[in-house]
Design a protein around this ligand. Structure first.
Ligand code: PLP
Length: 357
């Protein structure tokens, strides 16, 4: 096995999923487990489905096709508005999709007609974070458009907060989503099955004391994988925070001064170094860089400090010399994990730790 790898303990992911599913159920909500950070790894999707996720969510049709090809037949949701160039594939994959654009909806309806299918859509509403979503005043027009297209079925209304501006889900904005759903139902005399309140940032609100109103679904990725809520990155009690590990290998370890010498300009990334002289240290280099992860988003083990990173080198300080070939295990944050999963140089090792399964 190569020294540079992401390790995913599928039993811990399954435990985290089951725990969140059960706590959400007590509050009247189902969980859509989001696989996008793991590029739709089928073993992961399988573990999340068995653990009770009502459906799987992914932002890329490529990942969805990968799961379908591996035989994952669970209900799925494309959690990004489809690219017009991909509507045929989205419909063919037999998934529902999030939507905000009339023209995309029209294109999905035509693709569904051509394939003899009905495509489920969830319309997204803007609640203030200013990423995807229809302004509430525009919603009814688009609903009328969907209801007029016989090959589309309006399966839900949703919202997404926190991803762009960090706007937190609160009693107020979740209450607004509930009222929007009530008024849509009254205006069109229809029933909205799924009201999807948001992502892992919704957990404080979801497990808090206030009524959940009409919201009956959450789409969770980060909290299942990393066991943390994303607004303050606090561990969620009862969840594993070590289901995912990033492992890198030592390639050099030398006693060196902390002060560079010679005339300095910008480094390879346009940054100018601010260095303080701390004398000589054990400077160790790991064979992982910005191409493979987000070096600012790694929690190193005790006694190791991340100092700098270039494309392929991570410079850390260690109390002692480390031997080339030794491995260092980091706890990645969301951004580090996302980049590691996407680097072809990082091996992905998904395994089961638990003899129960
Ligand atoms: C990524 C994403 C999610 C999951 O977010 P987490 O913070 O990983 O729980 C949910 N909904 C949408 C629309 C997303 O893009």
């Amino acid at each position: 096995m190569t020294g540079l790898r992401v390790e995913v303990d599928l039993d811990k992911v399954a435990d985290n999923t089951a725990e969140l599913v059960s706590r959400a159920r007590e509050r009247g909500m189902s969980i859509t487990a989001v696989t996008k950070v793991m590029l739709g790894a089928p073993e992961l999707a399988q573990a999340m489905s068995v653990a009770g996720a009502v459906s799987l969510g992914d932002s890329r049709v490529e990942n969805i096709e990968r799961m379908r090809a591996a035989g994952i037949d669970h209900s799925m949701l494309l959690i990004r508005s489809p690219m017009p160039s991909q509507v045929d594939r989205v419909v063919r994959a037999g998934v529902a999709s999030l939507n905000t654009e009339r023209d995309v909806l029209t294109a999905l309806a035509s693709a569904a007609r051509a394939q003899g299918r009905v495509h489920d859509v969830m319309l997204m509403v803007e609640l203030g974070d200013l990423r995807e979503g229809l302004m509430p005043a525009q919603l009814n027009q688009v609903i009328a458009h969907v209801l007029g297209l016989p090959t589309l079925r309006l399966s839900g209304i949703g919202a997404n907060l926190a991803c762009r501006n960090g706007v937190e889900p609160t009693v107020e904005n979740m209450g607004e989503l509930s009222s929007i759903v009530d008024s849509v139902e009254a205006a069109f005399n229809i029933e909205i099955d799924v009201v999807s309140g948001g992502n892992s940032a919704n957990l404080d609100w979801a497990f808090g004391p206030s009524p959940t109103g009409r919201i009956n679904n959450l789409r969770l990725g980060e909290s299942i994988l990393l066991g943390r809520e994303p607004l303050q990155r606090r561990p969620i009690p009862g969840l594993h925070t070590d289901a995912v590990t990033l492992v890198a290998e030592v390639i050099e370890s030398q006693r060196k001064p902390t002060m560079p010498w010679g005339r300095s300009g910008q480094n390879s990334f346009g940054e100018t170094a601010e260095v303080e002289d701390r004398g000589r240290v054990w400077q160790t280099i790991l064979a992982i860089g910005r191409q493979d992860t987000d070096p600012t988003d790694l929690v190193p083990p005790e006694g190791i400090e991340v100092r700098a990173a270039s494309s392929d080198h991570l410079v850390v300080e260690t109390g002692d010399r480390m031997c080339p070939g030794q491995e260092v295990r980091f706890e990645p944050g969301y951004s580090a994990l996302l980049r590691s999963m996407t680097s072809p140089f990082v091996a992905k090792h998904l395994y089961r730790s638990d003899t129960r399964s």
